[in-house]
Design a protein around this ligand. Sequence first.
Ligand SMILES: Nc1ncnc2c1ncn2[C@@H]1O[C@H](COP(=O)(O)OP(=O)(O)OP(=O)(O)O)[C@@H](O)[C@H]1O
Ligand SMILES: [Mg+2]
Length: 251
Amino acid sequence: MLTVRELTKIYKKFSSLFQKEEEFKALNNVSFELEENKVLSIIGESGSGKTTLAKIICALLPYENGVVEINKKNILNYTRQELSNTVQMIFQNPYSSFNPKLTIGHSLFEAVDKNINDKKEFINEKLALVDMKEDAVFDKYPHQFSGGQKQRLAIARALLKNPKILIADEPFASLDVINQSLIMDIFRKIKKEQKTNIIFITHDISSAFKISDKILILQNGNMVKYGDIEDIKKDNNEYIRELINATYLME
Ligand SMILES: Nc1ncnc2c1ncn2[C@@H]1O[C@H](COP(=O)(O)OP(=O)(O)OP(=O)(O)O)[C@@H](O)[C@H]1O
Ligand SMILES: [Mg+2]
């Protein structure tokens, strides 16, 4: 349903020191697929290009080379509106995901499509999926919630678009173990009940093993491996072994 072929992204920035434009290749010839009803994880250490890749899929960033297609249609041919109803991203930092000046109720209402008749019921349906209730959230402001709660609210807001693809950028990063498994259960439920195709971005390969069907491993913008869990567990690549060993050391 999502196909990424030979994607290359170069960041250009002006270096005042050398008085010239410098280029940095953040993604180099990356190809993979997200199949229907499957969970894909994108793994790599900090700076490997994970967020860059996610933003490109949401058409939030331009790219130099390659093709990104959703349902066989190039994302460049989608309108902003169509794309926002097709792919939603939950950003890395739950603390900045909501406008601090608006109540959560206000932010959620703003995100609902005009065509939905009973907006309140629709929002409640999505809040229930993340184990939250309207009366506990509507009149409150973002700072009145914990990181984990904000993360769940951000998931509910993304679901208001009924997206075909949900990209969660490091959803477990700032959470304790209990909240991590809670969020993981919520994603499992969303996959089953909403038939949403999910992309997880994480640097923690062990949480990816728990939830994914396919895994893409990036290192400095290069594809190290794209395969299923069994393939990756038995791979002898040094970087993959390091990622696996790092998570066992933490546990
Ligand atoms: N706007 C930008 N301009 C220039 N370079 C950038 C820009 N955004 C990101 N980069 C660089 O591109 C590389 C990939 O960044 P990206 O944010 O995609 O990494 P990441 O894998 O998401 O890392 P993390 O795990 O820390 O979130 C990094 O080296 C980063 O410094
Ligand atoms: Mg990132």
